[in-house]
Design a protein around this ligand. Structure first.
Ligand code: HEM
Length: 369
């Protein structure tokens, strides 16, 4: 929503700022693991639009959902993602939908959104159900042995198995095979990307710490796995050419586009597969883990979730169809509430490509938010 009335337009100069450190500004608080709580505290202190400084670098922070929606709507023309995202991901050898901009992003986005549209998600459901049965069998085994286990680790296996099977047609089955190598590597990659994106000095380009070397190792191992996914995907298309008319997953769709329209380079295919793996696994496993945590703290909610499940899928252990899943309103509310209290993506970083006015606020060209 643009406005041409300049008299009452706010800019970052007029914004309040929460209390920070005289030298480092808000940097230490911002690097905290509970960043979303820190930001909530700042909103309570100064309101939902303010500025912070991270060792001299200024950022506008908006917790105003209408303004944030408009910023996202104006991407990629008037806003772009923070350029550090692309720098950090490109140096990792990743060039995919998450770090592309402009027309390239539109091409990648089209394919990614087709892969994740509702019809496709419905068609993936039998695979999700099968992997969920495996998870339940595993939980029942622990219960029978009266053994405790780390819920979040099991959820990482669960979501890696689902992501790799539905997005790349690759049955990893880490839940039953007991191999957690990929989870260990992904556990090092995601946090490192996040910390490098907001690092004031790219120190890893000058000196590599042990953490950086571990990260490089994990990156290399994950790279090898993705190259294997792609090789097997190409082989499936060669063995069964009819798949080219009806690709069964995101990887096959990318490979067909490459073959027919020369639209994606090998580098971009690799980048998008990596992006899907990273985007699909951590977000979902942590959200489900938080749901389980909050349910365990609120037995009355467990009763409500159970009562609803007993009505919708009386005969089976899990919902057998997508339609049954979509009827689970209490379970959905639990998931949304867990996401609200502990968002797995608490903030998005943007830069204005030009001066843009939204709801009486002017983002100046180059300003970061
Ligand atoms: C709890 C689950 C999830 C949450 C909270 C979440 C959240 C987000 C957010 C906030 C963004 C950035 C949006 C933007 O900048 O415009 C994003 C992007 C993305 N997510 Fe997710 N996500 C989740 C699960 C998934 C899953 C399961 C997949 C795929 C298997 C996925 C794939 C992607 C992709 C490909 C992008 C980049 C989209 C683009 O640039 O156009 N996400 N997600």
């Amino acid at each position: 929503m643009s406005t041409s009335n300049t008299s009452n337009i706010l800019t970052s100069d007029n914004l309040p700022s929460p209390k920070g450190h005289p030298l480092t500004g808000h940097f230490t608080d911002f690097r905290a693991n509970n960043k979303h709580r820190v930001m909530e505290k700042w909103v309570d202190e100064v309101g939902d639009l303010f500025r912070i400084s991270l060792i001299g670098k200024k950022f506008i922070v908006s917790a105003r959902s209408s303004l944030n929606k408009e910023v996202l709507r104006l991407r990629p023309n008037k806003f772009r993602r923070f350029s550090n995202i692309d720098q950090v991901m490109s140096e990792m050898g990743i060039c995919g939908v998450f770090n592309a901009e402009g027309e390239t992003w539109k091409n990648h986005r089209k394919l990614a959104s087709e892969a994740l549209n509702l019809d496709n998600v419905k068609s993936y459901y039998p695979t999700i159900a099968e992997i969920t049965e495996r998870l339940i069998r595993k939980f029942n085994k622990y219960a029978a042995l009266n053994e405790s286990f780390d819920v979040q680790k099991q959820m990482m296996r669960y979501t890696v198995d689902i992501t790799t099977e539905i997005a790349f047609g690759y049955p990893m089955n880490t839940l039953e095979k007991g191999d957690n190598t990929i989870q260990k590597h992904l556990n090092k990659i995601f946090p490192m990307i996040n910390s490098r994106i907001t690092a004031p000095i790219p120190i890893w380009r000058l000196i590599k710490s042990k953490k950086d070397r571990d990260f490089d190792h994990s990156l290399n191992e994950t790279r090898k796995l993705i190259i294997q996914f792609i090789k097997e995907g190409r082989q499936r298309l060669a063995d069964t050419p009819s798949l080219k008319q009806n690709p069964k997953n995101f990887l096959e769709a990318l490979l067909v586009q490459q073959e027919q329209k020369d639209k994606f380079t090998d580098y971009e295919i690799f980048g998008n597969i990596f992006t899907m793996l990273l985007a699909g696994e951590d977000t979902t496993s942590n959200t489900i883990s938080w749901c389980i945590y909050y349910l365990s703290q609120n037995p009355h909610l467990i009763e409500k979730v159970r009562a609803e499940a007993n009505v919708i899928y009386e005969e089976s252990n899990i919902p057998m169809t997508y339609k049954e899943v979509s009827q689970l309103k209490v379970a959905e509310a639990v998931a949304l509430e867990a996401l609200r209290i502990n968002p797995v993506t608490p903030n998005l970083y943007m830069t204005a490509n030009e001066d843009v006015e939204i709801e009486g606020f002017r983002f100046r060209k180059g300003e970061q938010s």
